[in-house]
Design a protein around this ligand. Structure first.
Ligand code: NAD
Length: 517
């Protein structure tokens, strides 16, 4: 393992220390020499300087992945052999957890402890796909005929473009890299331009674990510049994006020309439904973590509190009281409970979203301002914000803020609760809180969302599929469906007693039978 990105940058002056563009097993400078400075959103400190790739760089990375795939060194390994490499990756991630977590915390501004949880989850994802690799060799089909052997097997797709966001930079990348690799594909990974450091580290870990040169490639740079070749180049077979709805729509249009497969994990507008008979303390506490974890920069954030009218006033008052006490701070502040937003631009968008809600009639119950005090002034902090008096149709109920903003809606009946929870074009995740097990199952069954928690919020495991209904995405990550996104199914039929079919008239000797054996 080499040094952290921060160490790499500060250790070396000049171009040799600059990483980001990784093609055919080696680091390269951007073809125009361009670089980007990565800064920690908690205090603006410079974290790294990375290559800012050009279109030509992206095309070279695609060429490297294509040549590696066609060469076959990786795809011709057995599933078990590839699985063993992934298990080694998991072990190396655990060995180097401190360096990875520090790099992730500096890029995102999230608390170090949260970054450490992320690295555990990333290792678990590689371990899961490493273990399942050898378990699924396809299916033998009963054809109903004695003369035929029929099998369905799985093969890799080819070259995968894997495009990741900034909120959980390496975790979201790992959900793509691990299944893509174990299935036998080559890939070009493009992290967010705001958070490339752990993807840089991953390239070195993959090489150390035994992934051959050219199989894993990395391009760093802006999505608008290097994104288009990744989604339109005919040598790419699949584009997998975790990002915003708008980016998904752009990529889908670009991928149409070459009929690429697409796999999308997009936004969410997730309801957290609380019935009056819920466990009070657990529901209040989880209403906070549902939305304010990582300052709301979570695709599955429970940003819509949908609470039964009879308890709404008291429940919301308690949530607001506790939200006001949430302490913001940087990654290494031991007292911090949540971190900054990712950028000044994102904070402006979140603030404008809150202002629009207020202009439409929402009541500001807490937060809603840009802090200018003390150490927070150097970062892009935004306080936990609660908007009451929200009604269907308001922009704050339709649009994703991706910030620490909770809206309040109330309901009287179970039917109304379900209707409100499903009143969104997204469908990523949601929760229901009640002590009535039958009601919990009924409501969970009625919600049009890809993940539903009952009396909980946020947990997930790599064994279970993750993804969205509606405009929250296409396809699934994690679980067996997450592996199938990266595989072609092939049906192989073998007739073990070949004979003429007799479909078109007789055989030349007029017997209707084929030549004698
Ligand atoms: P984004 O769409 O701005 O960027 C995502 C990635 O796409 C980045 O790497 C970016 O550089 C790249 N990109 C941008 N334009 C591109 C183009 N034209 N072609 C190809 N790539 C392009 O999203 P973001 O701001 O990084 O992340 C936040 C969004 O991600 C939110 O909407 C959030 O809900 C979503 N998200 C979803 C999940 C999920 O599991 N469903 C998880 C995390 C984040």
């Amino acid at each position: 393992m080499t040094a952290t990105v921060e160490q790499m940058h500060h250790a070396g002056k000049g171009q040799d220390a600059i990483k980001g563009l990784y093609i055919d097993g080696a680091w390269h400078q951007a073809s125009d020499g361009g670089t980007t400075v990565v800064r920690c959103p908690a205090d603006g400190r410079e974290v790294a300087v990375v290559a800012s790739s050009t279109i030509e760089d992206a095309e070279q990375a695609i060429g490297s992945a294509r040549a590696a795939f066609d060469g076959g060194a990786w795809r011709r390994l057995t599933n078990i052999e590839r699985g063993e490499v992934l298990l080694r990756v998991a072990g190396l991630l655990e060995r180097d957890k401190a360096a990875y977590a520090r790099a992730e915390a500096l890029d995102t501004g999230k608390r170090l402890v949260e970054a450490e949880y992320d690295i555990d989850d990333i290792a678990a994802c590689f371990r899961y796909y490493g273990k399942v690799a050898g378990l699924d060799a396809g299916r033998v089909i009963d054809t109903g005929r004695a003369n035929a052997i029929s099998r369905v097997i799985y093969e890799p797709l080819g070259v995968c473009a894997l495009i990741a966001p900034w909120n959980y930079p390496l975790l979201q990348a790992a959900w793509k890299v691990a299944p893509a690799l174990v299935a036998g594909n080559s890939f070009v990974l493009k992290p967010s331009e705001l958070t490339p450091s752990t993807s840089i580290l991953l390239m070195e870990t993959l090489a150390e674990a035994g992934v051959p040169a050219g199989v894993a490639n990395l391009v760093t740079g802006s999505g608008s510049r290097v994104g288009p070749p990744l989604s339109s180049d005919p040598r790419v077979d699949l584009v997998s994006l975790t990002g915003s709805l708008a980016t998904g729509q752009t990529i889908m249009a670009a991928a149409a020309e070459t009929v690429k497969r697409v796999a999308f994990e997009l936004g969410g507008k997730n309801p957290n439904v609380v019935f009056a008979d819920a466990d009070w303390d657990a529901a209040v506490d989880n209403a906070l973590t549902a939305v304010f974890l990582h300052s709301g920069q979570v695709c599955s954030a429970g940003a819509r509190l949908v609470v039964e009218e009879t308890i709404a006033d008291r429940f919301v008052a308690e949530v607001v009281e506790r939200a006001k006490r949430i302490r913001m701070g940087g990654p290494f502040d031991p007292d911090a409970e949540t971190g900054p937003l990712i950028s000044a631009r994102h904070r402006e968008q979140v603030h404008a979203y809150v202002q629009a809600g207020i202009a439409e009639g929402a009541e500001l119950l807490c937060g809603g301002y840009i802090p200018d005090d003390g150490t927070l002034a150097d970062g892009f902090f935004y306080p936990p914000t609660v908007l009451g008096n929200c009604r269907s149709g308001m922009s704050v109920l339709r649009e994703e803020s991706f910030g620490p903003v909770l809206t309040i809606e109330t309901f009287r009946t179970e039917t109304e609760a379900v209707a409100i929870a499903n009143d969104t074009e997204y469908g990523l995740a949601g929760a229901v809180w009640t002590s009535d097990a039958s009601k919990a199952q009924r409501v969970a069954g009625a919600l049009r969302h890809g993940t539903v928690w009952i009396n909980d919020y946020h947990p997930y495991v790599p064994q279970a599929e993750w993804g969205g209904f509606g405009k929250s995405g296409i396809g699934r990550e994690l679980g067996s469906a997450g592996l199938n996104e990266y595989r072609e199914a092939k049906h192989i039929w073998q007739n073990i007693q070949p004979a003429p079919s007799g479909w078109f008239g007789s055989s030349p000797d007029g017997t209707g039978a084929g030549p004698a054996e």
